[in-house]
Design a protein around this ligand. Structure first.
Ligand SMILES: *Cc1c(COP(=O)(O)O)cnc(C)c1O
Length: 437
């Protein structure tokens, strides 16, 4: 192997005799020729391997544990079908994500509907489809959901999302379980207590359990242990009021490696800390063994995805910076711009070329902040070269936009030397389809 950041790439990457990067047995230069760039390449083996690793690490330690794929990391019908085939449950946060689940007949009872401001229409759609759990996030939602269920003549199983006041030490934009958060019922303010009592009394709702989600990506194990302890200790007081904790979810947020200098703990370590603390505190507090639900998003699709770009113009500003412009950028990956996220890259069509200079990989969008990687050491690059950025599968394509009216990229799933198109590149007509002439 001729590259040193292989742990950031899908499991199946290799370099072939032509010195080209291959993923899932597919030469990326052929993929670029066949499908164009920017191209998002998902490796079937890594996607399925991550689902299997999560299911086995959690269920081996905690029988009956459920792993729900958080689809906001990226979902479309092809991905939803793969996670369904792997026996995953599904987290959704919108009617749009539910529509994708419905389009592939994702089993409704395995769906958890999250979100801090679900609309009445979205809730009604969820009840009509038979979504297993609505994870209620506010008093407003509790009231309208109870009313909608009543109107439809249904009972609905719910969980409540609590905000335990635990800081997971990640980016402020993706921290969700602290006091100053728009998500969940705060333990600290008394809202959580009030919500539990109201939910137990609701006419048409059955409170199945409690959920919390601290944020993402969480590289430390301690926040999970602390969150579980805080929430379960808090819940103990409601036992005599009749609270049965049939289900318990400490959310998702499991980290992936974007750069070699910051690699996450193994899934087994997350599984160990979550299952052991859940068991310990449930036992101590007399909650029995609730069903455990974990919700990985990023860690299922992140490493499986590689973004492939073609180099266009190169601008050298001597002693200042050399800009290498790619044919994508913030429209297909806004994470560097909004979170300051870091990535690594390889020269995919000359994998054994030696690193030679420090460059900045810029996008093609009309913003100076449209930089995918600032100051990365790469071989001497020429226009027409192919740049591959690993760990691109999560949140980049799902946050993609049509800014500057650039078309959103095509996506393929690769397996055993074959590439299957799972989303074609947008056309100009696609971008005007909703416009009224
Ligand atoms: C976003 C989200 C997740 C998944 O987070 P990842 O970092 O992608 O694992 C899980 N649960 C809830 C409620 C979320 O909002």
């Amino acid at each position: 192997m001729t590259f040193n950041n292989i742990e950031l790439f899908p499991f199946t990457v290799a370099v072939n005799a032509d010195d080209h990067l291959t993923v899932g047995g597919c030469d990326v230069t052929h993929l670029a020729a066949d499908f164009g760039t920017p191209l998002y390449i998902y490796d079937d083996a890594t996607l399925r391997g991550m689902c299997r690793e999560f299911i086995s690490e959690f269920t081996s330690r905690y029988p009956g544990a459920r792993v729900a794929y958080a689809s906001k990391a990226f979902v479309n019908p092809a991905i939803a079908r793969i996670v369904a085939e792997e026996g995953m449950s599904l987290d959704i946060v919108s009617g749009g994500e539910l529509a994708v689940a419905k389009a592939v007949d994702f089993p409704a009872e395995l769906i958890y509907f999250h979100g801090n401001n679900k609309t009445p229409e979205e809730l009604e759609f969820a009840l009509e489809y038979g979504v297993g759990r609505i994870v209620v996030d506010s008093f407003h939602e509790l009231a309208i959901l109870d009313a909608i269920a009543g109107r439809l003549g249904q009972r609905q199983d719910i969980m409540l999302r609590l905000s335990p006041g635990v800081d997971p030490h990640t980016h402020a934009h993706t921290t969700t379980g602290i006091l100053d958060s728009k998500f969940g019922f705060s333990v600290e303010t008394g809202d959580a207590a009030k919500a539990i009592r109201q939910a137990m009394k609701a006419t048409n709702l059955d409170l199945m359990g409690i959920h919390f989600h601290l944020g993402s990506p969480i590289f430390e194990l301690e926040p999970y242990a602390l969150g579980i302890e805080v929430v379960l200790n808090f819940l103990a007081q409601f036992k005599e009021e009749g609270l049965q904790l049939r289900e318990f979810s400490p959310g998702g947020g499991f980290a992936i490696g974007y750069v070699r200098s910051e690699l996450p703990p193994p899934i087994a370590d997350y599984a160990e800390v979550i299952t052991s603390n859940t068991k310990r505190f449930c036992e101590e507090l007399g909650f029995g063994q609730p069903q455990l639900i974990v919700e990985p998003g990023r860690s299922i699709v992140g490493r499986a995805g590689v973004a492939l770009y073609t180099v266009g113009g190169i601008k050298d500003i001597p002693t200042v910076r050399k800009y290498v412009s790619l044919d994508g950028g913030m429209g297909d990956n806004i994470r560097p711009a909004i979170y300051g996220s870091e990535y690594e890259a390889v020269l995919a069509n000359r994998m054994s070329a030696e690193p030679a200079e420090v460059v900045t990989l810029a996008g093609k969008y009309c913003e100076s902040g449209d930089v995918l990687i600032r100051d990365i050491e790469l071989p001497v690059i020429q226009s027409g070269d192919l740049i591959a950025i690993p760990s691109s599968g999560a949140y980049a394509p799902s946050m993609a936009s049509n800014y500057n009216l650039n078309a959103r990229p095509a996506m393929v799933v690769v397996k055993d030397g074959e590439a299957e198109l799972i989303r074609r590149r947008e056309t100009f007509e696609d971008m005007m389809r909703t416009d009224v002439f």
